[in-house]
Design a protein around this ligand. Structure first.
Ligand code: FES
Length: 136
């Protein structure tokens, strides 16, 4: 028996090109990624376990928590050529552009070509939320 086919002719062809073009500026080609320039609220403090880390891609920030409970935050803009780091595995951040790796707990370079550690940002937990950025 031949398979049934849903007939969608016509309706799906309405011209909507153009709308999609402006919606995806944030993912790679649309400008230089930037670290926060004002305090930003990232999310619940409880999201980061002791010894763990979380990458906030939209804000270009990684936050880690030491075993003693203290928080550290770094800009996740790669110090090699300025790409936004988009991968965190365990405590290792990997840059998609040329493969540099950084330690999310210290910001230090683990793998070249980057040679400069990630920029540390001030971080605090306020009312159960993590706030990062200048003056936080
Ligand atoms: S920009 Fe990250 S490795 Fe080159």
């Amino acid at each position: 028996m031949p398979g049934r086919r849903t007939v969608l002719r016509g309706a799906a062809l309405t011209p909507i090109a153009g709308i999609a073009l402006t919606a995806c500026a944030g993912s790679g080609g649309g400008g230089t990624p930037a670290k926060p320039t004002a305090p930003v609220e990232l999310g619940a403090e409880s999201e980061i376990a002791k010894g763990g880390a979380k990458l906030y891609r939209e804000q270009n920030v990684v936050v880690s928590r030491a075993e003693n409970g203290s928080l550290k935050a770094f800009s996740s803009i790669c110090t090699h050529a300025g790409c936004a780091i988009n991968k965190l595995q365990g405590a290792t951040l990997s840059c998609p552009c040329h493969g540099s790796e950084f330690d999310a707990a210290t910001g230090k370079v683990l793998q070249a070509p980057a040679t400069v550690p990630l920029e540390e940002l001030s971080v605090e937990a306020k009312g159960g939320k993590i706030i990062v950025g200048p003056g936080a």
